[in-house]
Design a protein around this ligand. Structure first.
Ligand code: SF4
Length: 417
């Protein structure tokens, strides 16, 4: 297929495909799907080999958000029966993180609900980062605290954060239909602040919210332009009690095409399968590892994922390997560029040290991974089996397909890691 040969050639050269080529990937037939996966797999292996990076979510603060992101179970007015709690203490968060690291996670993602952090929140998260790094040598920490004010990204970096996540979620044209309390431009601004501070930018999307193919291509092109090092691809988990509860629009085949399109447009970045992996890819999850090089281990922010051991077994069974702490995730050219950006940020505009700090949140926590090892909780129940829908029909609430997180952070039960 000429299209796929062209896309592989471009991906190996880090050349941007045309919009028509990206759209054509989304329009391929089921008969062509394995060829699409194989082509995206060639690009994936060029830049990331057969490694899978594991990330672990710690939901520092859950629910009661004043923002109105339609996809989010933590939004203003959400009726979703999720866990609600305020900030975890640094030692609680650190214990949660340790469970993920023990399970094989290389990066810990610290997420808090809310529009953005106050300076006090930034200070609190800074202490949490210090506690995690002290307890887990070599672990990467990414903060996801919402919209950042001036100086907060720098303060997070000074506290030891390696990365900052803030998703664009959908195209600029449709953003206003998804969220009214902040804008697409606000989100772009925060990703740029993280970049400028020398943090590795993590920014991705949510598919399945009723968007068009053009919207998906638009947001992925914007992510390439923002030069995010990692791109989480969320598949909407339609939580009962949220405005998008009936949006069951995805099939496993559609998810694979979306992941492949992201890989072709952003060939050398960490493509991470994020929330909704189990619910929408279902038995096709191992196939998706041929395209994406990163997943979350265990549970999400407010919903449960498959058992952490099942994640590890899946990776091994599919012939991939968990990326070790001593391996640099990004290809050399990207790792070098990030190191140069860090160095430039440290110099500051006039050669002075760029101090300041702060952090905030608005994470795209549609299905966020969240975990936690709340202190010495004894035995947790066996991880619940994640529902395996045959085919969820659009237009219906399917609470039976969404397992709300009831263990880990914010509970007395051990996490799933
Ligand atoms: S995505 Fe973040 S900012 Fe939006 S409602 Fe959820 S927690 Fe709040």
């Amino acid at each position: 297929m000429d299209l796929l040969n062209t896309l592989v050639d471009k991906g190996l050269r880090r050349e941007l495909p045309t919009r028509e080529e990206a759209l054509a990937v989304l329009a391929t037939s089921d008969d062509e799907l394995l060829d699409v996966v194989a082509a995206a797999g060639k690009v994936r292996r060029q830049w990331f080999g057969r490694r899978v990076k594991l990330n672990y979510l710690v939901n520092l603060k859950s629910g009661l958000c004043p923002e109105d992101c339609s996809y989010c179970s933590q939004r203003l007015g959400s009726k979703a029966e999720i866990l609600k709690y305020t900030w975890l203490k640094p030692d609680e968060a650190s214990q949660a993180a340790a469970a993920g690291v023990a399970g094989g996670a290389k990066r810990v993602c610290l997420v808090a609900s809310g529009r953005g952090p106050t300076d006090r929140d930034v200070e609190r998260v800074g202490k949490t980062i210090e506690a995690i790094k002290e307890q887990n040598e070599g672990v990467e920490v990414c903060a996801c605290l919402g919209l950042l004010s001036d100086g907060q990204a720098e303060r997070l970096k000074d506290a030891g954060a390696d990365a900052y996540n803030h998703n664009l979620n959908t195209s600029e044209a449709t953003y206003g239909q998804i969220t009214k309390t902040h804008t697409y431009a606000d989100r772009v601004d925060t990703v740029q602040k993280a970049h400028a501070a020398g943090l590795s930018a993590c920014s991705g999307l949510i598919a399945g919210m009723g968007e068009s193919d053009e919207d998906l291509v638009d947001v992925v092109y914007s992510l390439r332009e923002l030069d995010s090092d990692s791109v989480p691809v969320n598949f909407l988990i339609p939580f009962e009690g949220t405005p998008l509860a009936k949006e069951w629009n995805l099939t496993p085949q559609r998810c694979l095409r979306i992941l492949a399109m992201v890989r072709f447009v952003c060939p050398d970045v960490e493509v991470r399968i994020a929330g909704g992996r189990e619910v929408h890819l279902r038995s096709m999850q191992p196939l998706a590892l041929n395209i994406a090089n990163s997943i979350f281990l265990g549970d999400y922010l407010t919903s449960e994922g498959q058992a952490g051991q099942a994640d590890l077994d899946m990776i091994a069974d599919a012939g991939f390997e968990v990326e070790g702490a001593g391996t640099t995730t990004l290809p050399a050219h990207r790792a070098d560029a990030l190191a140069a950006a860090r160095s430039a940020a440290a110099q500051g505009p006039c050669g002075s040290s760029a101090a300041e700090a702060g952090c905030g949140s608005a994470c795209g926590g549609c299905s966020g991974h969240g975990h936690e090892a709340v202190a010495a909780q004894a035995s947790a129940p066996e991880p619940a089996a994640v529902p395996q829908p045959a085919q969820a029909p659009a237009g219906e609430v399917r609470s039976d397909l969404v397992a709300v997180r009831r263990r880990g952070a914010g509970t007395d039960l051990a996490p799933n890691a």
